[in-house]
Design a protein around this ligand. Sequence first.
Ligand code: AVJ
Length: 324
Amino acid sequence: SFALDLPRLESTLRLPVQDERQQLLQGLLQPTARIDSKYFYDERGCELFTDICRLDEYYPTRTEALIFSENRETIAGHLPDDPQWIDLGCGDCSKTQQWLNAVDPARVVGVDIAGEFLHSSIADVARQHPQLECVGVVSDFTQHLELHDLLAERPDNPPVFFYPGSSIGNFEPRAAMRFLSRIRAHCNSHGRLLIGADLIKPRAVLEAAYDDASGVTAAFNLNILNVVNRELDADFQPELFEHHACFDDQHRRIEMRLVAREPHSVRLARHTRRNFEAGEHIVTEYSHKYSVDEFRALLTASGLHCSHYWTDPKGWFGVFLAEP
Ligand code: AVJ
């Protein structure tokens, strides 16, 4: 039947593979080497991230889930009727699935960089909700958010952008503002943004969340080198690096690093090598933490207005609803 057709899959991936590689290589050749956090998420990385979300020390996922479950009907009550629900970084769509009954969207758009995975997770949503229009968009939406044409197909259904998990923390504040402004540009007066942000809390809690006792986060961090090896045909040896996570008070962010255990040389690409001194590091992730006021100000600076805000009893995580 028509309802069982595979959902539509679109792509806005624009950067040619060659340019992506060039960017990755350039980052690794900087005085302080950098690898973009998006390279964490190969198949193994996705598995390890799922494991991270279940760790005792990693509070964000479960805290956000608690805030959502306690306030779902209230939050849904503040959203426009018959919205287009846009899940940015939908992964397996499990978070979106929890909202479908309360929100009853006209259409679900799952956006993710992992194309293969996206197709099957959107197909699952479509199978479980045969009346619902489901669209998958393969996109590195952090670089190019280009959903105008798609949204314009349903001009009477305002978009609700759903960006949970405090992924916004991966951006440096200026880049976060640019990204949020692009979301703003996709909202007419009825569009909304529902976003989760991790809040400032004692250093020990933060650092334990990014350096758990069982070493799952260490494995997650080191796995990025396997991804880089495949992307560039490089020869990183993960065992020559050590996972490190510390809270930088000045920038108010967790910085994840891979620190070289001993001096050695790595082939990055066919004719390109880089030496690492003992103790020299690669930055693999920033995870910015905000106060409620700072996050509100970030939304304001992006042309959005925070209309509602929810938190947990400890005030560890914030869920913000914003409108143009
Ligand atoms: C997926 C970006 C929200 O910053 O907490 C978890 C990724 N890195 N443990 C975060 C992550 C190490 C996570 N985000």
